[in-house]
Design a protein around this ligand. Structure first.
Ligand SMILES: [Zn+2]
Length: 129
């Protein structure tokens, strides 16, 4: 009886079209839309560690993993893809080299004072005319 009522209701509401459409979607359309899934995708890190995971890509290359990320290692690390740290160090080295060759204000002042004192001493020791 219940089954009969159920069937009558289904026919009455024309729900069969919806059911068929849903079935069509899951049987046909989903296969057409979904990309291929690789359950054993190979992930290679820049640090050398390799592990597998599920992905739509068969192979993935990454820069950081849980083995080399500073959060897990507790060590400081620069992820420098644009060579920024190297450039900064080069610039710093250039400045240091230039300042090593160049005399600073202090050195100049010391030299000036020494020159003046020498001149004074020479004046004092020289016979006044
Ligand atoms: Zn890594």
């Amino acid at each position: 009886m219940f089954a009969f009522i159920f069937l009558v209701t289904m026919v009455d509401k024309k729900i069969w079209f919806d059911i068929l459409a849903t079935l069509y979607f899951y049987r046909v359309m989903q296969k057409a839309i979904h990309p291929t899934y690789y359950p054993e995708a190979r992930v290679t890190c820049a640090c050398g560690s390799v592990f597998t995971t599920g992905s739509t890509l068969p192979e993935i290359r990454i820069e950081l993993c849980s083995l080399c990320h500073p959060f897990y290692t507790g060590k400081q690390k620069f992820v420098d893809t644009a060579r920024r740290v190297e450039k900064f160090e080069e610039r710093n080295k250039k400045v240091a080299d230039a300042s090593a060759v160049r005399k600073g204000k202090k050195a100049k002042k010391v030299a000036l004072v020494a020159k003046k004192t020498a001149k004074k001493a020479a004046e004092q020791t020289a016979p006044a005319l």
